[in-house]
Design a protein around this ligand. Structure first.
Ligand SMILES: Cc1cc2nc3c(=O)[nH]c(=O)nc-3n(C[C@H](O)[C@H](O)[C@H](O)COP(=O)(O)O)c2cc1C
Length: 368
């Protein structure tokens, strides 16, 4: 059980927002696989939401199987952020998260995203306005700071706690770091130490259950949030819960299970976005599942041009036949093609951590 202000959650593991990816179909897949409770949308512009912009409304599309849901807002105009939070509460959204980590120029220029981390008083006042206007929890997601000389997260977290936020999500990197370098667990620990009552949820490069456990152990955080790791491995939440509860590491999901979940993901994409658009969007999703398939060229080459569900299944059938040459009689990859287990960056030596950093998916952003 995890308490987020007035909200009781069944898991202390969270899905991080990934703009362009954490849409309704992906969240439903993650929920069906299990281990997670609160999931978050992509970031949504507060003003666009108030203007009933079609794209913004599509970003908050949800259904009864997608509960509890947090919507992440960005913006720097206090009245707009407040009114957008009220609007979301009225729509039955469980929690509102504020983006304070986005390093993209377009967002920072108007005083949103990471720019919020440089102006504590202004940010605290904006947050207070939101907290006072709604009963649902308001949380903040930040990086450690702007750069190494300005590690502002601990001070900001303390100020936001006083303003009434229910939790802090912190990606253990600075804005300047983008996605390079190792996640700074000591930095997350400082944020944990800075607040008095509210939970701090650690984030960054958690790609395995062991990495989630290390983040809990080394930082004292109350929860862990996973972004790209869930894209590689939608089973990560279930596996982590099992590891934390029993000390036992579950085996990686079988190839057949990966295929089943990938097909389910496509079905949900088609359900939510329609066949043509859903399949088009799935072109960039399928290769993420394929990262753990073993030899995969044949699949990746073809799947990037699918236009219908039938075409996808045709590509898949052909791939399954092609892949047999790399398997033994039981359909298991021959040892020389088996993949090395994944190891999170902060569990490797620094040199290989750089080499094997978690890929950053293409998205509407340069860096996050
Ligand atoms: C493609 C992409 C899109 C992202 N979109 C958002 C976003 O909308 N809001 C946000 O707060 N963080 C966003 N992030 C940052 C992630 O939520 C997360 O903090 C970061 O990826 C580190 O965690 P991870 O290693 O588990 O992915 C994005 C990251 C990526 C790679």
């Amino acid at each position: 059980m995890f308490r987020l202000g007035p909200l009781e959650l069944q898991s202390n593991l969270f899905l991080s927002p990934l703009a362009g990816y954490t849409n309704l179909p992906f969240r439903l897949v993650i929920r069906e696989v299990g281990g997670v409770d609160l999931c978050t949308t992509d970031l949504v512009n507060a003003r666009s939401l108030l203007e009933r912009n079609k794209k913004a409304l599509k970003l908050i599309e949800t259904n009864e199987r997608d509960r509890p849901l947090a919507v992440q807002l960005f913006g720097s105009v206090p009245e707009e952020m407040r009114d957008a939070a009220v609007d979301l509460e009225q729509r039955g959204i469980a929690s509102v998260d504020i983006n304070m980590g986005c390093p993209v120029r377009k967002v920072c220029r108007v005083g949103g995203g990471s720019a919020m981390m440089t102006e504590h008083e202004k940010t605290a006042a904006l947050v207070k306005g939101m907290v006072n206007a709604v009963k649902i929890p308001v949380t903040a997601k930040m990086r450690l700071g702007w750069d190494d000389e300005n590690i502002t997260a601990p001070d900001l977290a303390r100020a936001l706690e006083d303003s009434g936020v229910a939790a802090i999500f912190v990606h253990g990197r600075t804005r300047e770091q983008g996605f390079s370098g190792t996640v700074n667990l000591a930095g997350i620990r400082k944020v944990v130490a800075a607040v008095k009552r509210i939970p701090v949820i650690g984030n960054g490069d958690v790609t395995t259950p062991e990495a989630a456990k290390k983040m809990f152990d080394d930082t004292g955080c109350a929860g862990v949030s996973v972004g790209r790791g869930a894209f590689y491995n939608p089973w990560i939440f279930h596996q982590t819960r099992h590891l934390l509860a029993t000390g036992e590491l579950l085996p990686e999901p079988k190839f057949e299970e990966r295929i089943r979940v990938m097909c389910r993901h496509l079905d949900l994409m088609v359900e939510v976005f329609g066949e043509e658009h859903g399949c088009r969007m799935f072109r960039k999703v399928a290769p993420w599942y394929a990262k753990r398939f073993g030899p995969v060229n044949e699949f990746n080459k073809k799947v990037v041009s699918i236009g219908s569900r039938a075409e996808f299944h045709d590509v898949l059938e052909r791939y399954l036949r092609w892949r047999q040459q790399f398997c033994d009689g039981d359909g298991l990859l021959l040892p020389r093609y088996a993949l090395a287990p994944m190891v999170a960056s902060f569990m490797q030596d620094p040199a290989s951590a750089q080499r094997q950093s978690v890929p950053v998916p293409k998205g509407p952003v340069e860096v996050w």
